[in-house]
Design a protein around this ligand. Structure first.
Ligand code: FES
Ligand code: FES
Length: 167
């Protein structure tokens, strides 16, 4: 259990995509999604349902996926956070990002950051997932546009690319 002190405002820090970030929290109730999007202007993280149902707001905390709409920022102070902005390196998209483009797996794009971060967790753990494993792993991430087929194809393409480049 996290212990949350009800201070009025507090400076807290996080390591976001490898960089130390400090923000002032006004009370303990601000979510991680609010801090990322509003305080840090990192709008790659999307909010849709805002109640833990759709997966759009997924980010990684210490490498594990969390729903940032349902996570208090103060509960993850000091932690390493990875958002979609942290995947590209040196201006080159991560193979999963590129695969989503190449497969036409992003339409409105609202679900895409969460899907890509979840796919990264999967492929880091299991470089050659089956279609069923991909479906199961992404089962908590909803998409209203694609019908999911192209998203699954994108993850399969990313797996191939990452294997070929040893990523
Ligand atoms: S916006 Fe967080 S789960 Fe939907
Ligand atoms: S691309 Fe629009 S919700 Fe998935």
């Amino acid at each position: 259990m996290f212990r949350i002190e009800p201070k009025k405002s507090e400076v807290v820090s996080f390591i976001v995509n490898g960089q130390l970030k400090e923000v002032i929290l006004k009370g303990p109730n601000q979510t991680l999604a609010e801090v990322l999007r509003i305080k840090l202007d990192m709008t790659g993280t999307k909010e849709s349902c805002q109640c833990g149902e759709c997966g759009a707001c997924t980010v990684l905390v210490e490498g594990e996926p969390v729903l940032s709409c349902s996570t208090l920022a103060i509960a993850v102070r000091g932690k390493r956070i990875t958002t979609i902005e942290g995947l590209a390196e040196g201006g080159v998209l991560h193979p999963i990002q590129q695969a989503f483009i190449d497969s036409g797996a992003s339409q409105c794009g609202f679900c895409t950051p969460g899907m890509i971060l979840m796919a990264k967790v999967l492929l880091d753990e299991n470089p050659e997932p089956t279609e069923d494993q991909i479906k199961e792993h992404l089962g908590g991430n909803l998409c209203r546009c694609t019908g999911y087929v192209k998203i699954i194809e994108a993850v399969q393409l990313a797996a191939k690319t990452m294997k070929s480049v040893g990523a």
